[in-house]
Design a protein around this ligand. Sequence first.
Ligand code: C2O
Ligand code: CU
Length: 419
Amino acid sequence: APSAAPGVPHHVQAEAAANVGEPTDRTPGGSPESLPGKRFTLTAGTATVTVSGQSVAAWAFDGQVPGPELTATVGDVLEVTLRNKDIARGVTLHWHGYDVPNSQDGVPGVTQDAVLPGQEFVYRFRADQAGTYWYHTHAVSDIGVKMGLYGVLVVRPGPMSGVDRVIAAHTLSSVSLPEPAQEPVAAGTPMRLRLINTDSATHRYALAGSPFQVAAIDGMDLSQPPAVSETVISIPAGGRYDLVFSAPAAPIALSVDNRVVYSTGALTPSTSGWPVLDPLSYGTAQDPPWNRYDKEFTLVLDRGLDLRGLLPRYAHTVNGAADPDIPPQVVHLGDTVKFTIVNRSLVVHPWHLHGHHVLVLSRNGKAATGSPLWLDSFDVRPGEVWEVTFKADNPGMWANHCHNLAHAEQGMLLHLMYA
Ligand code: C2O
Ligand code: CU
């Protein structure tokens, strides 16, 4: 089999592999029994959980927030049975950043009905993308995710070595961030910290005590990432960064918004004045894998008045319209597609396309010069213009929305539709 090229998503690689007999479809072939499998059951229900010493009313998978960490190895078939005990408004599982077959995408009203109390739904897909992902309900997602219906999905390329930890920053009602974890680690141990922002706002992460490399963003390996130190990483809503380094003799500490959430010993870092890493501008020049586009779409993000209800209310709009009135973006299988995303509003919109990773071409007219960046979640800040491209290679009807989930509920959601 061809070796995986870093920075190129699996579906692009799958094309290159097509003539050597590699599977190119995303649905598991053969009978489930004939494939290495990982089976999980997640039961959604109301629960009371303890966060920072406080009892908080939550909606939880298996009674815990975040839900159980699902782990698999590349090639496994994942089978996840979702049961709903008593979430009256229904629940689904969306595999954020995982480019699953459309039928497994977990969007109620689009790919399935919401799973109501007493019902269940079985998700099945092959884990052919290594990396850091997460799952969350997509039914009344703004409330559902805030109440706690989310968890971690990690797919490893093979057996793990060293320390491999997931740090998921979250907001549960008014209480945010995980309990600080401290573990002693021997000097020289290979470390991988997988940072996941499951919140609707951007958060700032900082690693003190060691230089590190950003090995992957949004589950996609970067090509030759430089070592950096004393640098803040700004992670958009929904986004993931994997940091790798070798444990130094002295302690390290990882903080989120200046609060330590993981450390290997007592260390009170001061991270003020650290610059923020810009992943678009480190590394070497890149050439896009294609330079003509079959379909080009412009998305202008703004705020407007929604006059359809009894009372006018503010909506977050795309091209002047709000969901469900935004026309779908129609593409054909195999099209190269370009999005130009313009933020004319005064707030950040973390953009998220389901079922595809997009290659960043430019921001504010400045071409991306770093490692090819294949993202599924990126902050489009006020006044910014992003150009991104992808190959339409995963047929279906896909949500394309702001991952500030309140904005999505208030209209900033449309669909990419394969004709
Ligand atoms: Cu993580 Cu449509 O969402
Ligand atoms: Cu938004």
